[in-house]
Design a protein around this ligand. Structure first.
Ligand code: UDP
Ligand code: MN
Length: 335
């Protein structure tokens, strides 16, 4: 049967030993001993068939670069299939495994889909809350364990601790995604066992849910269900409301364009125009939080035109607003 690679039984000890001999690369960083985080994302090795697709990917990556610069997070962008069997959305599994082992200094890997957009540039994750957990996903415990809903959690944006448990988890999920008949067979199994899941080839989100539901005793204790903020926010309920949310002063951390598939000519479930305008608005909404630091902003979230919004003083920018100051010269502390 397919395997992601050799099993590594003593990973935690080996990682600890590496950290002990490399004090110059600590797994906790300034300020306040926050875990060192690597944001991992990526897209296919080839260009998008949709003429607009690669530009949308560029803007989605620019958005991640902005968030990560402000929060002191490194980024890895992958465009390779590291393992022939792990194509498509399964590509993240061998990638995460390799990155963990190559970067023992990284405490958490933050996977983020290419079509997930940061829409709150100032929001720092509450890292302390996750101290006892290895996997942090957006979702609801009951919706997953009781309803066995295939959208009980979403794997578009999640945190995975660099440890034995996580390697074991990837190792346990990967065999369900081996390309071809195995992947098809598991797709049918998930459609039968999980509620609301259409019968298509096995995907990593369904595989994770299936594993957690069937082996809760083994994995459950280390999984944190986050729903107190939008670690993963569903775009359809968000994109029309940015102006309103801006007035009210509260907006989602992430807007994820689930089902939009910008690289597949919007072949999925939603009208192309609605997806496209939603993305435009999400990018501009996020970009405005960055541009504001430099005295600029979009005239409208629906278009590309930008205007000056602050005074050109000729002196060093010293934002009067505490939130802006944080973004310009960040010293974030986890909530
Ligand atoms: N992905 C990748 N390489 C691929 C296909 C997908 O790196 O060839 C990544 C990409 O970041 C994407 C995520 O895997 O957002 C999830 O894949 P999916 O096919 O579900 O795409 P989405 O629905 O997010 O567009
Ligand atoms: Mn996605």
């Amino acid at each position: 049967a397919y395997s992601l690679g050799r099993t590594i039984p003593d990973y935690d000890a080996r990682r600890s030993a590496w950290l002990a001999t490399h004090p110059e690369f600590p797994a906790r960083v300034h300020p306040a001993g926050r875990p060192r985080v690597l944001l991992v994302t990526g897209s296919a090795p080839y260009r998008c068939p949709d003429p607009d697709g690669d530009h949308l990917l560029l803007r989605a990556f620019k958005n991640k670069a902005d968030y990560c610069r402000v929060h002191g997070i490194e980024v890895f962008y992958n465009t390779a299939f590291l393992d022939h069997e792990m194509s498509g959305f399964w590509a993240k599994l061998p990638l995460l495994r390799s990155l963990m082992m190559a970067h023992p200094e990284v405490e958490f890997i933050w996977w983020m889909d290419s079509d997930a957009v940061f829409t709150d540039m100032a929001f720092e994750l509450p890292w302390d809350r996750y101290a006892a957990h290895n996997l942090v996903v957006h979702g609801w415990e009951a919706k997953m364990y009781e309803e066995k809903s295939w959208v009980g959690i979403n794997t578009g944006s999640f945190l995975l601790r660099n440890c034995q448990w996580s390697l074991d988890l990837l190792h346990a999920i990967a065999p369900m995604g081996a390309r071809g008949p195995v992947r098809d067979m598991h797709g049918e199994l998930f459609a039968k066992e999980l509620s609301g899941r259409p019968p298509f080839e096995a995907d990593d989100q369904s595989a994770l849910i299936y594993l957690l539901v069937t082996q809760r005793d083994k994995w459950g204790a280390k999984v944190f269900f986050e729903n107190s903020y939008e670690l993963n926010g569903f775009w359809e309920l968000i994109v029309d409301r940015y102006e309103e949310m801006r007035r009210k002063g509260q907006w989602p951390l992430v807007t994820h364009f689930v089902g939009c598939k910008p690289c597949r000519r919007y072949a999925d479930s939603y009208p192309a125009d609605r997806c496209r305008l939603g993305m435009e608005r999400a990018f501009n909404f996020a970009d405005d939080q960055i541009l504001k630091l430099y005295g600029f902003g979009h005239e409208s979230l629906n278009g590309t035109a930008v205007q000056r919004v602050g005074n050109d003083t000729g002196g060093p920018l010293d934002a009067e607003d505490e939130e802006l100051r944080q973004l310009l010269h960040p010293t974030f502390r986890a909530a």
